[in-house]
Write a protein that binds this ligand. Structure first.
Ligand code: GLU
Length: 388
């Protein structure tokens, strides 16, 4: 028996692997706080739960159109216009089983061995693995706290080759919380305008979670001349605390959305029919709770950043969006060797975290602060104790 060469090119998802490990340890009776996965602790809003039950009662339990019901694609088009400033007809929207599936299908549909994909690092764990799955090459664009974890136009220009096929953008970003301004996106757009072979994937799933004043900026809206080369990915997992529903939304050029639908027709088929009905309620229902949730997250961010920076040998910049903090622990590396060993040590002390190296970073770890205040306080206490 053997595994395919394609599969051996990729590593398992470190975020989900660490979370599974935390589940196992808890099942074995250990007291583990998991801040390893990006999952809001809020309850899914009541009106979404009501719509979910209603869909079950109404017998919406059968196949739907592979790329999503017309009703949901219309609601998604409303979302892209209202929340992201992107005008798109429902026919250029696809609904997938989580944003991850949309990203997977878009990259598999367009990449061949020899192609190159530019990814700002630190990156979300699944971006490079999906690119490697296709046989294309990952080209990291290194960022640091000094650059606000954002790439510059000059850096982008210098990395482009005739083989470049995609630039992946994620703002607000996982794991750094970096947020690009409209002006920065327009500067990147000016470079991309000179290289018509490059597509842009803009993963905007954390758009409602921004902690600076001002509107959300996204490249398809800021650079209308590029709009036919941009796939914008969104979803409800983070904004509406619907991680388990597995609903991702993507809007882009018709040829690409159709190609993604073709793959989806052979992989999962339609996303869960009940989840799609819930997603309509989430997108068309009240959105005012988002501001309250964002304020809670902002308070937690400030609390955790201050507490982490007070621990000797740790430092963390303040993220502008999403709900992650990248912690630099390089001062502790002589003791642990690498950040994986450090995270195993922290796990022994009851806190599950993901090492920075899993995100293309080094010598640190990511904290997800999408947890209750008391849980965060206890987690920071355990980290301080483990490192003392
Ligand atoms: N995106 C979240 C995270 O980074 C969920 C887990 C995953 O799919 O990676 O933690």
């Amino acid at each position: 028996m053997k595994l395919s060469q394609t599969l051996t090119r990729i590593a398992p998802s470190s975020t989900t692997a660490m979370t599974d490990r935390a589940f196992e340890l808890r099942a074995a009776g250990k007291d583990i706080i998991s801040l390893s996965v990006g999952e809001p602790d809020f309850a899914t809003p009541d009106h979404v739960i009501t719509a979910t039950k209603a869909a079950l009662d109404a017998g919406e339990t059968k196949y739907t159109a592979v790329s999503g019901t017309q009703r949901l694609r219309e609601a998604a088009a409303l979302h892209f216009r209202r929340d992201l400033g992107i005008e798109v007809p429902p026919g250029q929207v696809i609904v997938s089983a989580g944003g991850k599936q949309a990203i997977f299908h878009a990259l598999v549909a367009t990449l061949d061995p020899g192609d190159e994909v530019l990814i700002p690092a630190p990156w979300w764990v699944s971006y490079p693995e999906i690119v490697r799955f296709t046989g294309a090459a990952v080209v990291p664009l290194e960022t640091t706290p000094t650059s606000g974890y954002r790439i510059s136009a000059a850096q982008l220009e210098a990395a482009i080759t005739p083989s470049t096929r995609w630039l992946l953008l994620n703002s607000p970003g996982n794991p750094t919380g970096a947020v690009y301004s409209a002006a920065e996106l327009r500067a990147l757009g000016a470079v991309l305008a000179r290289h018509p072979q490059i597509m842009v994937m803009s993963d905007d799933i954390y758009a409602p979670l921004r902690y600076q004043p001002g509107r959300h900026a996204t490249i398809a809206a800021e650079c209308p001349d590029l709009a036919q080369r941009v796939l914008t990915v969104s979803g409800l997992s983070k904004s509406h605390a619907m991680t388990g529903f597995r609903i991702g939304l993507a809007a882009g050029p018709e040829w690409l959305v159709k190609a993604m639908g073709k793959l989806q027709s052979h992989s999962s088929g339609n996303p869960c029919s009940i989840s799609q009905a819930a997603a309509v309620a989430a997108l068309e229902g009240p959105q005012d709770f988002l501001a309250d949730w964002c304020a809670i997250m902002r308070r937690r961010r400030d609390m955790v950043v201050a507490a982490v920076n007070a621990i000797p040998g740790l430092s963390a910049p303040v993220p502008d969006g999403a709900f992650y903090i990248m912690v630099d622990a390089s001062a502790h590396m002589p003791r642990f060797g690498d950040d994986q060993a450090l995270c195993l040590h922290l796990l022994d002390h009851g806190v599950a975290l993901v090492p920075a190296s899993a995100f293309g970073g080094r010598d640190g770890f990511r904290i997800s602060f999408a947890a209750a205040d008391a849980v965060l306080e206890e987690a920071v206490r355990r980290i301080a104790g483990a490192l003392a």
